[in-house]
Design a protein around this ligand. Structure first.
Ligand SMILES: [Zn+2]
Length: 116
């Protein structure tokens, strides 16, 4: 679809296009017609004023990434930094990471695997 080419170039996902369309329809107080005679032309008309550099999913992804970094930081501060050392001397070495479940200490990791 040529109407989508300039967005594809900026690595838009189908979800980005959907978000942009939702925004356009909301702003113009349009509703989607029951029957679209020329879907490609209709889509092109809706996307005409949308800037391909303004990818809607970018903010969402940035927020998810920021939240991930925040949790990582909290994990380091509250658990890894203050927790008692494992038997191999690594702070919180035997504590599984809350998201990945991976233990910080490689020796603890190996022992845990051997147990299973
Ligand atoms: Zn250990």
């Amino acid at each position: 679809l040529t109407a989508l080419h300039r967005f594809a170039v900026q690595r838009w996902t189908p979800r980005d296009v959907q978000l942009a369309l939702d925004e356009v329809l909301r702003a113009r107080r349009w509703s989607v017609p029951d029957r679209v005679e020329q879907p490609a032309a209709y889509l092109a008309a809706l996307l005409r004023d949308v800037d391909p550099n303004d990818r809607p999913g970018a903010l969402e992804e940035a927020m998810v990434e920021a939240e991930r970094e925040r949790r990582e930081w909290l994990w380091r501060r509250d658990v890894a930094g203050s927790a008692p050392e494992c038997e191999h001397g690594q702070p919180a070495g035997d504590q599984p990471h809350p998201q990945t479940g991976v233990r910080a200490c490689p020796l603890c990791r190996t022992e845990r695997k051997a147990e299973q």
